[in-house]
Design a protein around this ligand. Structure first.
Ligand code: OKP
Ligand code: ZN
Length: 363
């Protein structure tokens, strides 16, 4: 094994800390919001100690114009407005429950309405005064500092892509909130803007782009963004639908739109997959498909939730599995942007990040 001498450029912004929804709803109980700031603090501390990374805190380059390639302008406006006026937006709901005087500005707007895009009988010409909806579940709440956190997160992906365009070999965008469940005009699953999508759209200037999504959950948003795009290959390994979230996508039969057949490739694996060999065999097939596609660059949606102790997931990978995964991905030899997605076992997140990037560096 050859020891490589360089550090991995790692992009980070502390602005994510302002986005900390208080809880999720679980069958009548409130449980902690699993997608919490401490996740990144633990990864940050472990990587700092490992001495493998070069930290950078890039300034904001992303703009609404740049984002318009990946996200509907109306949804961006909705997200910004809801975040910056959150108390106004939820006041009427609180008043109905005679709770108006409990508002303190620290609330989060939790969507509880079907997104417009799923409302098949809603017609614009008979719309009365109507506030559009874009969020497909109750785990992408919007608070006063969500907008700036989401922008900062997408910015890391965008700046990371720019560094690859400038010749960097690998970059890690330590994004939070994650992005892969967000589509062009919908948000959900802790996600608001699709960071991998923002990066891939930027990288398309360089040539074909492959996206490998190894988060435990299917990246439905990323898949949808590039569904009919011949220039972008989307490959995902995840807990199988319909059992696993997001439940309705990620079947092996989903292979791309009619103009772009076989540019989507899904590897749904059974819940409870305990055997690393099963996972690595799927990964090897995924990597073969990427080689065949012959992309100029690779984007990895990097989740750490396939780990055996992850509280909301059901694969059984070990910490050391991540080193093997990192080594295999890096062996492709492609300029690669790693984008943080999920991973919720707080105590192990740092160890997984270190393990993964050891694999990447010591190929
Ligand atoms: C985000 B990422 C509702 C459960 C919702 C959402 C999981 C989102 C995962 N009962 N769980 O892909 O890590
Ligand atoms: Zn996930």
């Amino acid at each position: 094994m050859e020891r490589s001498s360089h550090h991995i450029i790692t992009l980070y912004s502390p602005i994510h800390e302002g986005h900390h929804p208080p809880n999720e709803y679980l069958h009548g109980h409130l449980v902690p919001f699993f997608e919490m700031p401490q996740r990144l603090h633990n990864i940050h501390a472990a990587l700092t100690e490992s001495n493998m990374v070069e930290w950078r805190e890039p300034s904001l380059e992303i703009t609404k114009d740049i984002l318009a390639q990946t996200v509907s302008a109306d949804m961006l406006d909705y997200l910004e407005y809801t975040s910056t006026h959150v108390a106004d937006v939820i006041r009427a709901d609180f008043d109905v429950y005679k709770m108006g005087d409990t508002l303190n500005g620290d609330e989060y707007y939790y969507e509880s309405v079907l997104p417009d895009r799923m409302a098949q009988f809603l017609r614009s010409d008979d719309a009365v005064e109507h506030r559009p909806t874009y969020i497909f579940d109750s785990v992408s709440p919007i608070g006063a500092r969500t907008w700036e956190a989401v922008l900062a997160s997408a910015n890391l992906a965008y700046v990371g892509a720019g560094l690859l365009l400038d010749g960097a070999k690998e970059v890690y965008a330590l994004c939070r909130p994650p992005g892969h469940h967000a589509g062009y005009d919908y948000m959900g699953g802790y996600c608001y803007i699709n960071n991998a999508g923002v990066a891939a759209n930027h990288l398309k200037g360089r040539g074909k782009v492959a996206i490998l999504d190894i988060d435990y959950h299917h990246g439905n948003g990323t898949q949808a963004l590039f569904w009919d795009d011949t220039e972008v290959l989307f490959v995902s390994i995840h807990g199988e639908p319909p059992a696993e979230y997001p439940h309705y996508t990620g079947f092996a039969a989903e292979k791309g739109g009619e103009n772009a057949p076989n540019t989507t490739l899904n590897f749904p694996l059974p819940l409870g997959t305990t055997d690393e060999a099963v996972y690595l065999a799927a990964l090897d097939q995924a990597l073969d498909a990427i080689r065949d596609f012959d992309p100029a660059v690779l984007v990895v949606s990097l989740g750490f939730d396939a780990f055996k102790l992850d509280p909301i997931s059901d694969f059984k990978l070990e910490i050391a599995s991540y080193m093997r995964i990192g080594r295999r991905i890096a062996a492709l030899g492609l300029p690669t942007l790693y984008i943080q997605e999920g991973g919720y076992h707080l105590e192990s997140l740092g160890d997984m990040a270190v393990s993964f990037f050891r694999g990447v560096l010591y190929t």
